[in-house]
Design a protein around this ligand. Structure first.
Ligand SMILES: Cc1cc2nc3c(=O)[nH]c(=O)nc-3n(C[C@H](O)[C@H](O)[C@H](O)COP(=O)(O)OP(=O)(O)OC[C@H]3O[C@@H](n4cnc5c(N)ncnc54)[C@H](O)[C@@H]3O)c2cc1C
Length: 454
């Protein structure tokens, strides 16, 4: 019997992890990456400098025995440190205690670590090879870089990110039902350097947020004692001079004026604000929906190539890593490649749709709601209900971030829970005099116990 072989396009986060998972199971894995080897030429940068890693991603890394090495370089984030325009920043914890935290990781370091793991497991990595074209009838892919290279494949996996070339090639053969919805907002990265004594300039164990209604800033810590700040703004102006957008904030000086007005406590933290703003690219944000992710047994898409999402739940990579574990499981379960790809798509597509929707909702929550009185009251009630009914009422953020139940379940339960919180707090400014007997009965009626996770 010929060896089970797979060709992965893209050695980013998902491509590198999938290569490792499959090579460990004895698959022959070839990975083609358009960039140079980051271990030799340095990391060329990706969609963000750092990322939040949560339980789903960590669980996937455990399957490749890469979790410990990743956590050694990660910075723990216990909650959101909300910076109001006036007043003192306040920490809103994500979970019950330090068993429920997220981790800030460097994209470059994580990618390199996963490439090393993949190679050690036996995957063959080919750098400076950009997928150019695919002949699905002959099962031959053409890569360019230092010439043109033809590669015969059994099946292709598209881990080549939001602008996937494999997706474009597949769409020439089969209708993928592709649509992309721009968020209408973009982002710019800036940096808070270490303090003079070499330490962090602000609380390191938190994800900092400066919510300002239609826009916001966030900052995630890096292990070299810096923070990466991301400014999210609408792309275009709404005509009101006081509402900033990338149309109206174009130069370093414009950015400085905006920060001095709306993020004054951040100004002294970012000494190179003007230079960073002008030197760094403005990122775009969109949600990608497809009705199909596979072409019989010949090709399948995963990660951002299948379902790019906006970054406001910090789950794009976590979801992509969950995809890798699921695909490896389906490939192991049957020798029928087409059946494995179809089963993978059937399992993961509803979950991808759910996290895409939750990521969009979270932008509103982060930029508008985290400091609003209704929201804080609902959160207080949510915490109390979670204590009273730990197996039934689990905050949606917890289900997404610290549990591994399907995203689609988290989305549905989250909607039922939100409805109850809104109903119970309507017209109230405090929880005094709440009808707990009614609330407890409603929780039991509307929310069956969650199944235990394996
Ligand atoms: C601002 C921002 C912040 C984010 N924060 C978080 C976060 O906190 N937590 C989180 O979980 N997710 C986050 N994400 C999402 C996360 O970045 C993505 O979901 C993740 O990178 C997807 O991994 P991937 O491997 O599918 O794609 P990518 O990481 O984009 O990798 C694709 C790879 O394919 C290569 N490639 C592309 N085209 C070709 C070709 N033709 N031939 C060969 N190779 C090719 C690329 O060079 C790249 O190496 C964030 C995204 C953004 C934009």
């Amino acid at each position: 019997m010929t060896q089970r072989a797979l060709t992965i396009v893209g050695a980013g986060l998902a491509g590198a992890l999938l290569a490792s998972l499959l090579a460990r199971r004895g698959w022959q894995v070839d990975v083609f990456e358009r960039r140079g080897d980051p271990r030799v030429v340095g990391y060329a940068g990706g969609r963000s400098i750092n990322l939040a890693l949560a339980e789903r991603g960590l669980h996937a890394l455990r399957q490749a025995e890469a979790d410990r090495a990743v956590l050694e370089k990660a910075v723990m984030m216990r909650g959101r440190m909300v910076h109001p325009l006036h007043g003192t920043p306040q920490l809103l914890r994500y979970g019950r205690d330090d068993s429920e935290v997220i981790w800030s990781v460097s994209r470059g370091e994580l990618n390199i670590l996963l490439l090393n793991e993949a190679e050690a497991a036996g995957a063959r990595l080919h750098f400076d090879r950009r997928l150019h074209a695919v002949d699905f009838d002959r099962r031959v892919a053409t890569f360019v870089g230092e010439g043109t290279h033809e590669h015969a494949f059994q099946s292709l996996v598209g881990a080549d990110g939001a602008g996937s070339t494999l997706r474009t090639a597949m769409a020439r053969t089969v209708d993928l039902g592709e649509r992309s919805e721009s968020l209408g907002h973009g982002y710019k990265e800036l940096e808070i350097p270490p303090a003079k004594d070499g330490g962090f300039r602000i609380e390191p164990n938190a994800l900092h947020i400066w919510p300002r209604g239609r826009y916001m800033c966030i900052a995630l810590p890096n292990d070299e004692r810096t923070f990466t700040v991301t400014l999210f703004l609408p792309n275009h102006s709404d005509g009101k001079p006081e509402d900033p957008s990338f149309d109206t904030v174009q130069t370093g000086e414009d950015a400085h004026r905006l920060f001095a007005r709306d993020f004054p406590d951040a100004v002294p933290l970012i000494p190179t604000l003007e230079e960073d703003f002008e030197a760094n690219p403005t990122g775009t944000l969109a949600t990608l929906y497809l009705d199909r992710w596979h072409l019989d047994g010949r090709a399948v898409l995963l990660g951002d190539a299948a379902h790019a999402m906006v970054p406001f739940h910090g789950q794009g990579m976590n979801c992509a890593f969950e995809d890798c574990v699921a695909l490896a499981r389906h490939l192991d379960a049957t020798d029928e490649r087409a059946a494995a790809f179809a089963a993978f798509e059937a399992e993961r597509m509803p979950n991808a749709r759910a996290i895409q929707a939750m990521a969009l909702e979270n932008y509103l929550e982060m930029r508008e709601r985290v400091d609003d009185a209704d929201f804080l009251l609902q959160r207080e009630l949510e915490r109390l209900l979670a204590e009273r009914h730990p197996d039934r009422f689990v905050p949606r953020y917890t289900m997404v971030t610290f549990r591994r139940l399907p995203y689609a379940t988290a989305f549905e339960r989250g909607q039922a829970q939100r409805a109850l919180l809104v109903e119970a707090t309507r017209g109230r400014t405090s929880l005094d005099g709440l009808d707990w007997a009614w609330l407890d009965a409603e929780v039991e009626r509307r929310l069956p116990p969650l199944p235990a996770e394996g």
